[in-house]
Design a protein around this ligand. Structure first.
Ligand SMILES: [Zn+2]
Length: 451
């Protein structure tokens, strides 16, 4: 445990090589901690002559809150003088980047902390309030510490799927003119905003992409965009090998626009004029573009009623179904589907399903034969069924890790049935299908069914 008063103060302040001169504690004011660096002999930076101490000037720096209270570090900076008359340097002030950057109004640690807070989404005003300082002090620090981070080329890592999207940024001027920006996003999950460039034309995003390395662009396999021309042009020009994907939001939006076009056209045809407030298709317009799963029973009944009344040929209804089907496509999860299929195969349930279908087919063929007297003889069906089914059972045994004996037995049975099948067909062949009923296949078949 440290018990030396000077060292205790230095420990609490937590900065390297400083001495605490005193602490001001005015109620309602930030804690003011006065410090100086250790006095060392310093040579002039220009000529190397040992410098003289001229004076010490206090510089107040916003620091991290201490013990839940805003704090200010008052650094009594030494000013030194070069005694060499031939030297151009007259006076110079000590620097210590570990405490604060030259000319900064905040300590280095406070500047980094502010930048991280604002970077993680804290409002500048909230950070300023917590540190008991001015909004501009925080903003200046965020710009000073944040700019090198943004301009670091290593900031943007490997991207395999890139998206461009227009965003209304701000409305400016007396006429509230809309200013658009283009967001450049890494759309792999979780999506990350990489940059924002002005405008919504191809120019700015193309320039941004051109400024990256070819190697970086080569990693991009997917290019996500709305259905607008400018971004398509950007991708065509700068990422010609990436597969362009329309993002679902814009696809559904377009589907809704087309659905609305159909609704208005039908309205015009049926009524001879544009829809009015009380007319069924006009009243259906919001229900139509709403997601079906978001309609409750009442909404659904209303919509169907409006369509019944206003859509005699079912055109709007058809467009509505098309829109909902399109929406449904995005609900499919490829990973789930693949997992389900793998499970279906591995468990042997897929084979069970095929066996059931084979049996059903055999029964249908048999019934058809009994009713019409045409088609395959029962014996032929059975032999064929046994040959196919035992092959399937062999596959099932292999999939479910059954004993090799089972697999061999199933394959053997399949071979026997197959040979029998060929033998029967051989005998039937010369006498044509007409005599098939009294042929050996029928006898074998009857024997098979009896057994
Ligand atoms: Zn000098």
């Amino acid at each position: 445990m440290e018990t030396d008063a000077t060292r205790m103060c230095a420990l609490l302040v937590g900065l390297p090589a400083i001495t605490v001169l005193g602490v001001e504690d005015e109620p309602g004011e930030p804690l003011r901690v006065h410090v100086e660096t250790g006095a060392t002999t310093v040579g002039c930076a220009a000529c190397g002559t040992r410098a003289w101490l001229k004076d010490q000037r206090p510089v107040a720096l916003v620091d991290l809150a201490a013990f839940g209270r805003p704090a200010v570090l008052v650094w009594h900076k030494r000013r030194r003088l070069c005694p060499e008359t031939a030297c151009e340097t007259r006076t110079f002030t000590e620097t210590q980047p570990a405490i604060a950057a030259a000319r900064a109004g905040v300590t280095d640690r406070a500047g980094r902390w502010m930048t991280r807070q604002v970077g993680q989404g804290q409002p500048v005003s909230a950070v300023a309030a917590e540190l008991g300082c001015d909004w501009h002090t925080v903003m200046d620090a965020v710009v000073a510490y944040g700019t090198p981070l943004i301009e670091d080329p290593g900031r943007i890592g490997k991207v395999t799927a890139l998206g461009l999207d227009e965003t209304l940024f701000v409305r400016t001027g007396a006429f509230k003119q809309r200013a658009w920006v283009t967001s450049i996003v890494d759309v792999t999950s979780p999506a990350q905003l990489l940059d924002v460039v002005p405008g919504r034309t191809a120019k700015a995003p193309s320039a941004w992409l051109d400024a990256r390395t070819q190697e970086w662009r080569d990693d991009i396999s997917w290019a996500a965009l709305d259905l607008s021309g400018p971004y398509r042009k950007t991708f065509n020009d700068t990422l010609p090998d990436a597969v362009q994907v329309a993002d679902p939001f814009h696809v559904i939006k377009l589907a809704n626009t087309r659905l609305d076009d159909v609704r208005r056209r039908v309205q015009q045809e049926v009524l001879g004029h544009r829809g009015h407030r009380d007319e069924p298709l006009y009243r259906a317009r919001r229900l139509l573009t709403k997601g079906h799963e978001r309609l409750d029973d009442k909404g659904e009944a209303k919509l169907l009623g409006f369509l019944e009344a206003g859509d005699p040929k079912g055109e709007v209804r058809m467009a509505w179904h098309a829109k909902e089907t399109l929406r449904g496509l995005y609900d499919q999860n490829a990973a789930d589907a693949a997992g389900y299929l793998a499970e279906l195969i591995a468990s042997g349930r897929l084979i069970d399903l095929i066996l059931v279908l084979m049996l059903a087919e055999a029964l249908l063929l048999h019934v058809h034969r009994r009713r019409t007297g045409r088609g395959l003889a029962a014996g032929g069906i059975v032999v064929n069924l046994v040959a196919g089914a035992s092959l399937m059972l062999a596959v099932r045994a292999a999939l479910t890790d059954a004993a090799p004996g089972w697999i061999a037995a199933c394959l053997g049975l399949s071979l026997v049935a197959h040979v029998a099948d060929v033998a029967m067909r051989w005998q039937e062949a010369p006498s044509n299908t007409g005599s098939a009923r009294s042929g050996p296949a029928d006898r074998l078949g009857r024997a098979g069914t009896r057994a």
